[in-house]
Ligand binder design. Structure first.
Ligand code: COA
Length: 169
């Protein structure tokens, strides 16, 4: 059984460890800490997945800017990490779905992710170019994706600008 809930202070160490193990480096664990200490952090959208009361997965959505005619705040999904021994059991998918539900409930308009299209398209993510949204990264366009939510409107277009916390990732 997987239990998904928002993070609390006592999860911080376990979240860092899951990110370290999943990515095999420190960068993502540090990113989580930096976002947590910034005005881009949304506590209810830092979610942990627990199996038998042990944190085995984590997902973070935080605010990033979409700069077009005006600058709009949108959600960026990063990072997503599942403990290597618990991968391919549906935990990552469950975290994404839970996060998207909360984002809908918060009346957010879109979610942006840089990741593998094979994985993210199943949740309704499409290449950002479809929505005239430009990536700040020099990556093939199918890797930079957006998921429009119910509140999506056509003015959500332009170039994505990540918060300074992302600079070193
Ligand atoms: C990517 C990740 C979050 C997926 O979580 P998960 O709980 O294993 O995923 P689920 O069981 O819900 O879904 C399975 C899908 O995840 C992807 N996946 C899982 N493990 C993977 C791996 N080691 N390599 C590549 N893709 C993987 C596959 O697309 C798989 O789909 P498939 O079975 O149809 O091939 C997890 O593997 C992970 O933490 N990886 C390391 C960190 C990382 O790359 N994070 C993604 C940042 S965008």
């Amino acid at each position: 059984m997987i239990d998904i809930r928002s993070e609390t202070l006592s999860d911080y160490t376990a979240i860092a460890e899951v990110n370290r193990l999943a990515f095999g480096q420190e960068n993502e664990a540090k990113l989580v800490e930096k976002i947590r200490n910034s005005d881009r952090y949304i506590s209810e959208l830092s979610l942990v997945a627990e199996v038998e009361n042990i944190v085995v997965g984590h997902i973070l959505f935080s605010y990033i800017d979409l700069v077009g005619e005006e600058t709009l705040q949108v959600l960026g999904l990063a990072p997503l990490a599942v403990h290597p021994q618990f991968q391919r059991q549906g935990i990552g998918s469950a975290l994404i779905k839970a996060g998207l539900e909360i984002a809908e409930a918060k009346k957010e308009a879109i979610v942006i992710v840089l990741g593998h299209p094979h994985f993210y398209t199943r949740f309704g993510f499409q290449p950002s170019v479809v929505y005239e949204i430009e990536s700040p990264f020099p990556v093939p366009e199918e890797f930079f994706m957006v998921k429009p939510l119910q509140k999506y409107q056509k003015q959500y277009k332009g170039k994505v600008v990540y918060a300074a916390a992302f600079d070193e990732v």
